[in-house]
Design a protein around this ligand. Structure first.
Ligand code: SAH
Ligand code: SF4
Length: 361
């Protein structure tokens, strides 16, 4: 009999599964706390459960995160894990330590169907959606791998669904994982410390607002539809006007009073002063912050990173219009853990499978 992986359940699903097995809801809550709060995979160690329940759980269930096939540590402290998610697929998780917080960048799909022009995950194509255990398992694993600090706190204080894949195209599983991140019996993170990044799947943004409003980042990358159609092809389905209207609707329920717009700076493509001014006009009615991301190159890309002078000029035009702008430092570049590089070493399927085989051998 295959065992049920309890990492696949948010609180509601775990309670339902316990009920099916004749167990009370408070038992589900206890187990949830052991698994996520204590990081404990071993039912025998769950000391406040009746021995009979522990035996039953051992027979029918397990707590299993994806297997780590490789781990890399950057000079700047950025930590990257390559995780086996079966059938030759691998995804990556990146932990970025900062002075006052630790951010985990989590993947939601193996590959991505949306094929943004500048993204190596997109170049890989779509393999499959990750399950809840594979998504929340990244957080569970990162906490355990790094371990608690001297005050007994887990290292991950912030989560961004900004790794491989489009979270809103794996909606149900991403939302179950988000609920666990927010649940006081699991990770207890505030909604403001959990961010979904989307390329702009308009109907799913509306659903997220209703079902699980967390902080929202939208990958904008262009000030007009003609260019965005090329850079972010899903724009052909959900053009800018609809996307910005969805951002405004989202703000009605959002935990933060702004949307973060991500904008990857591509030399000679989207980084001119004229485009900065167009951008100011475009977002006039949406309370927002901008995050200017240095383009991270990968093999076979024809794009180049904008020069620092172009980035400064672009930033100044936004700031003069009273928009808050952060220019992201690139982190983990030496281990290909920076934005959009995550699939860099796994993009070729045959090569990837080969490497997984090497690791297993
Ligand atoms: N699919 C979602 C989330 C994953 S991508 C989205 O598109 O928002 C996370 C961020 O990395 C996005 O803003 C994306 O545009 C950016 N990104 C992708 N490729 C990149 C690259 N090569 N260099 C820098 N940022 C990149
Ligand atoms: Fe997919 Fe995001 Fe990459 Fe676009 S940028 S291909 S949506 S992962």
């Amino acid at each position: 009999m295959t065992k049920t992986n309890l990492l696949d359940f948010d609180a509601q699903h775990l309670t339902a599964w316990f009920a099916e097995h004749g167990e009370k809801p408070f038992r589900a809550r206890q187990v949830l706390r052991w698994i996520h709060k204590a990081g404990e995979p071993d039912f025998d160690a769950m000391s406040d459960l009746a021995a009979s329940l522990r035996t039953k759980l051992k027979e029918t269930a397990c707590v299993e995160a994806p297997r780590v096939v490789r781990e890399e540590l950057s000079e700047d402290g950025t930590h990257k894990w390559l995780l086996d998610v079966g059938t030759g697929n691998a995804v990556e998780t990146v932990f970025i330590p900062e002075e006052s917080r630790g951010t985990l960048c989590v993947s939601t799909q193996a590959g991505c169907a949306l094929d943004c022009a500048f993204c190596s995950t997109g170049k890989q194509g779509f393999n499959r959606n990750l399950g809840v255990a594979e998504i929340i398992g990244q957080l569970w694993l990162a906490n355990r791998e790094i371990g608690r600090d001297v005050d007994g706190n887990w290292p991950v204080s912030n989560v961004v669904l900004m790794g491989m894949g489009e979270p809103l195209l794996n909606f149900d599983n991403s939302v179950s994982a988000l609920r666990l991140m927010l649940d006081d019996h699991a990770y207890g993170l505030s909604r403001r410390r959990v961010t979904v990044s989307t390329s702009g799947i308009v109907p799913a943004m509306d659903r997220l607002r209703e079902e699980c409003p967390v902080a929202l980042a939208v990958s904008l990358h262009a000030p007009d539809d003609a260019l965005r159609n090329v850079l972010v092809p899903v724009n052909q389905k959900y053009p800018l006007r609809e996307l910005l209207a969805a951002c405004q609707r989202y703000l009605e329920k959002a935990p933060r009073d702004f949307i973060t717009f991500e904008y990857v700076m591509l030399e000679g493509v989207n980084d001119s002063a004229r485009q900065a001014r167009e951008l100011v006009a475009l977002v006039r009615d949406v309370p927002c912050k901008f995050n200017l991301i240095p383009f991270n190159p990968f093999p076979q890309t024809r794009y180049r990173r904008s020069g620092s002078e172009a980035v400064r000029r672009f930033r100044d035009i936004l700031m003069e219009a009273d928009i808050v702008v952060t220019t992201r430092r690139t982190r983990g570049g030496d281990i290909a853990a920076a934005c959009g590089q995550l699939a860099g070493q796994v993009q070729d399927k045959s090569r990837r499978t080969l490497r997984l085989q090497e690791v297993r051998a």
